[in-house]
Design a protein around this ligand. Structure first.
Ligand code: AMP
Length: 426
């Protein structure tokens, strides 16, 4: 299947050729015809599958075909709502690239920065608006954005949006949408609350599912090191010193942990930066920019901050901590081995994390290859070999404890906390 066979207009074909895209990805093959027909779409897919082009190209094509002889100020006809500013910026860049020969204009708005410049661009008129929820509502309530002319609405990374506590903002946004529109809803996972949310926005829709497992795990060379918590920094320094030229993305479960890793690496003269929700907008953009340009070789990120990272030359992902949600592992390793490139994902696993490793292996239906013995094995690891049964019991009780903690933190009204955190982030 080629882009031409999908029936795309010449200016878009030309732009895709300039981007070096030869063939559509699976989600593009499935979603583009549905969207060109004018139907609503439920896309179960994550970033990295080519979903931005899957929804962006048909929207550009519709707007391009309908702009003949359009006079006067441009009005917002397509709205894309996405959870983080990194994702918003990336979507804006992709739309600008795919639409560069169409004459259509897009802009991106997000919180954490002054609104003046964003308002000025909106006043000049745009065809497509990419926005994070908080700033979108703010500027709409101030009267700088009108939904009246909207023809297309995309809700991107819906599960992530809910995780970040945006549900109320999203409901308010949905309530303001004009009834006659084409709606697109994307989510990497489809738990019950996401299904319910999708019903609020979608009309008569078609569903496309692209499993990240197939898209990523097979292409990525994986390995796991058994290492105690206290020895993780040493192993990390050792690995990075052996790969001075690689662009390495390191995942930390917590913001505090990410900062600690930066400190440890600094002590070993390895330059790195952390990106997470407590960092200022400028610090995050700078770190990401330096990483993309190759000036910074090591970037430490939390899962949420990493969602918007799209770096083509990323050759190595290190899971400094294993995630307790197995799907997150698949998302993380999908940061390397994107599009057609292949990559390596190495994980550090301490005793408490062994149950997580078992859950991950169950999900990806393969054993993560064990890396050879290294000099940082310590007594903690040896204890396990001596008393496997006792250890197993303690793993299980740890796992239950962690699960309960997770459940409690989800159910004890943490939404407000999440919401505040998200606002800081946005
Ligand atoms: P996305 O899922 O939209 O974040 O896209 C992931 C990456 O795949 C981005 O770097 C895109 O530029 C790239 N990409 C999207 N579609 C194609 C395609 N058809 N051929 C090659 N690369 C693509």
């Amino acid at each position: 299947m080629t882009f031409k066979e999908l029936g795309l207009a010449d200016p878009i074909l030309k732009a895709l050729q300039a981007e070096g895209y030869t063939n559509p990805t699976p989600i593009q093959v499935q979603a583009i015809p549905i969207l060109l027909k004018g139907k609503d779409l439920l896309g179960v897919a994550q970033t990295g599958t080519g979903k931005t082009a899957a929804f962006g190209i048909p929207i550009l094509q519709h707007l391009y075909n309908s702009q003949n002889g359009q006079k006067g100020k441009r009005r917002i006809k397509a709205l894309i709502v996405t959870p983080t500013r990194e994702l918003a910026i990336q979507i804006g860049e992709s739309l600008a690239a795919y639409g560069k020969f169409t004459g259509l204009r897009n802009t991106v708005i997000f919180g954490g920065v002054k609104q003046g410049k964003q308002v000025k661009t909106l006043r000049n008129g745009v065809d497509i608006l990419v926005a994070t929820p908080g700033r979108l509502l703010d500027l709409t309530n101030q009267g700088f954005i009108s939904f009246r002319d909207l023809e297309f609405v995309v809700l991107d990374e819906a599960d992530h949006m809910l995780d970040m506590g945006f549900i109320h903002d999203i409901k308010k946004i949905i309530a303001k949408l004009p009834p006659k529109r084409q709606s697109l809803f994307f989510s990497a996972t489809m738990p019950k609350d996401i299904v319910a949310l999708s019903r609020k926005i979608l009309g008569d829709y078609e569903r496309v599912t692209i499993k990240p497992k197939q898209a990523t795990a097979e292409k990525v060379e994986q390995g796991v090191y058994f290492v105690s918590k206290s020895n993780k920094p040493k192993l990390m320094v050792h690995l990075l010193q052996g790969r001075p030229d690689d662009s390495v993305l390191v995942f930390s479960r917590t913001k505090h942990g990410a900062d600690k890793i930066v400190k440890k690496l600094r002590q070993a003269d390895i330059g790195s930066a952390a990106i997470h929700g407590n960092k200022s907008q400028n610090a995050r953009q700078k770190a990401l920019g330096d990483f993309k340009d190759g000036k910074l070789k090591v970037l430490i990120a939390t899962d949420i901050a990493a969602r918007g990272i799209d770096v083509e030359e990323l050759s190595l992902v290190i899971n400094y901590d294993l995630p307790n949600v197995s799907e997150t592992y698949v998302h993380r390793i999908g940061r390397t081995g994107r599009a057609s490139a292949s990559g390596i994902a190495l994980s550090f696993c301490d005793l408490e994390e062994r149950p997580y490793l078992r859950d991950i292996e169950k999900l990806i239906k393969q054993e993560v290859p064990r890396m050879p013995e290294h000099q940082f094995v310590d007594s903690e690891d040896e204890v396990e070999t001596r008393t496997p049964q006792k250890q197993q019991r303690s793993h299980n009780s740890n796992r239950n404890r962690n699960r309960n903690q997770h459940r409690n933190s989800n159910s004890n009204g943490s939404q407000n906390r999440n919401r505040n955190r998200s606002r800081n982030r946005n």
